[in-house]
Design a protein around this ligand. Structure first.
Ligand code: NAD
Length: 325
C-alpha cells in the first residue's frame, strides 16, 4: 500500500508541531510549512518548508502533489493580550484571511479533497457568554453572529470560505471550533501565551524570585474550559476521518474560573500565593465547550481531567523558567 501523505500548515506552531508528531507515529509522510521551525523541539516532518503562506506562489509550490490530508493551523494569533487589545486587528484579519484564501485556491487546483480548518470558540456571540455560570456555545448558536473580537470574525468568515469550497468544488472540509488548547511546548511567555501557560509561568517565576503573590487580569471570576493537546489531536483526527461536515466544538466541558485555575497551578507547585487582581484584557465572562454534537457525531468527547494536563504543563514550564537566566 502506498504511504499516505499529509500537509501541515502552521507546523512550527503549538498544535501543528504536535500534529506532525502524531501523523509521523501513524506512518504518514509529512510536509510541514511555517514562518519558523518549532521553537521547543526538532520537527519530525519529512520535509519542512520555511515560507510565508500569505504568498500565493509559495502556496502553489508547497501543494505540488495530491495530499491525502491537509491540516490548516496557520494563523496570526495569540492569547487575550494579543487578540483583545484591538491593536493587532488589521494584521490578524488580513494575515489569516489571506492564508486561508491562498490555501483553498491552491488545494482546489490540486484536487485535494480532505482539508481541516482550525476555527475557534471565539466565533460565538458575545451576548451568549455574559453569564460565567451559564455560557451557550452550542454549534447552532453561532448565528446571528456577534463575536467579541476581529479574530472571531475572521474565523467565521474562513469557516464559510472552507464550506463554500466544499459546496462548489467538491472539497471535503472538516472544521473544528477549538476551545483553549494548552500543553507542553506551547507559547509560555512574551504576550501571545494563553491563560494556563501564563498561570504556570507566574507561579514558577514567583517561586524562583521569592515572591508571594501572582497577578490576575480582571476579577478572575470569568470562566473558561481548557483542552489538553493530546485530546485536541485525537478529536481532530477523528473529525478529519469522519463523515460529519459541519463545524463542531473540540473542547473540554470542565469549566473553571480563572482564580481557580491559578489556585490549581499553585496546588500543583505546592504553593499558596495571594492573587493580585489588576486591569487587563479578559474577553467574555464565561465560555465552555458544548459537547453534545461531538458526542453524537463522533461517538467521542474529551474527558481527561484538567488537573492532569495542568500538571504536565506546569512541569514543562517550570523547567523553562528554571533554565532562564
Ligand atoms: P500558533 O500561533 O502556535 O501556531 C500558528 C502558526 O502559524 C505559527 O507557528 C505561525 O508562525 C504560523 N503562521 C502565522 N502566519 C503565517 C504565515 N503567514 N505563513 C506561514 N505560517 C504562518 O497557534 P496554535 O495554538 O498552534 O493554533 C493553531 C490554530 O488553531 C490557529 O489557527 C488558531 O487560531 C487555532 N486555535 C487555537 C486555539 C488554541 O487554544 N491554541 C484555540 C482556538 C483556535
Amino acid at each position: 500500500m502506498q504511504q499516505k501523505k499529509a500537509l501541515v500548515l502552521g507546523a512550527g506552531g503549538f498544535i501543528g508541531s504536535h500534529m506532525v508528531k502524531k501523523l509521523k507515529k501513524e506512518g504518514f509522510w509529512v510536509r510541514g510549512v511555517d514562518l519558523k521551525f518549532p521553537l521547543f523541539s526538532e520537527t519530525q516532518a519529512d520535509d519542512f518548508v520555511i515560507g510565508d503562506l500569505r504568498d500565493p506562489y509559495l502556496c502553489k509550490n508547497i501543494i505540488d502533489m495530491k495530499f491525502d490530508e491537509v491540516y490548516q493551523f496557520a494563523a496570526d494569533m495569540g492569547g487575550a493580550g494579543y487578540i483583545f487589545t484591538g491593536e493587532n486587528d488589521a494584521d490578524i484579519m488580513h494575515n489569516s484571511a489571506t492564508i486561508n484564501l491562498n490555501i483553498l485556491d491552491a488545494s482546489m487546483r490540486r484536487n485535494i479533497k480532505r482539508i481541516f480548518y482550525s476555527s475557534s470558540a471565539c466565533i460565538y456571540p458575545q451576548e451568549n457568554q455574559v453569564d460565567p455560570d451559564n455560557p451557550n456555545c452550542e454549534e447552532s448558536s453561532a448565528y446571528p453572529a456577534h463575536p467579541d473580537s476581529e479574530y472571531g470574525w475572521e474565523k467565521l468568515f474562513s469557516e464559510r470560505l472552507f464550506l463554500s469550497y466544499g459546496k462548489n468544488y467538491g472539497m471535503e472540509p472538516r472544521i473544528a471550533r477549538y476551545h483553549n488548547v494548552f500543553g507542553p511546548e506551547g507559547t509560555w511567555q512574551g504576550g501571545k501565551e494563553k491563560v494556563p501557560a501564563a498561570m504556570c509561568r507566574k507561579v514558577a517565576e514567583a517561586i524562583k524570585n521569592n515572591k508571594n503573590e501572582i497577578e490576575i487580569w480582571g476579577d478572575g471570576e470569568q470562566t473558561r474550559s481548557f483542552l489538553y493537546i493530546d485530546e485536541c489531536l485525537e478529536g481532530t483526527c477523528r473529525l478529519m476521518r469522519s463523515d460529519w461536515t459541519g463545524p463542531v466544538n473540540i473542547g473540554s466541558d470542565e469549566r473553571i474560573a480563572i482564580n481557580n485555575l491559578a489556585k490549581m497551578a499553585m496546588a500543583i507547585a505546592g504553593q499558596n500565593f495571594a492573587l493580585k487582581h489588576i486591569p487587563g484584557p479578559q474577553g467574555v465572562r464565561g465560555r465552555n465547550s458544548d459537547n453534545r454534537l461531538i458526542s453524537e457525531k463522533l461517538n467521542w468527547r474529551p474527558s481527561r481531567p484538567l488537573k492532569d494536563g495542568m500538571t504536565q504543563t506546569y512541569q514543562w514550564i517550570e523547567k523553562q523558567v528554571q533554565a532562564q537566566k
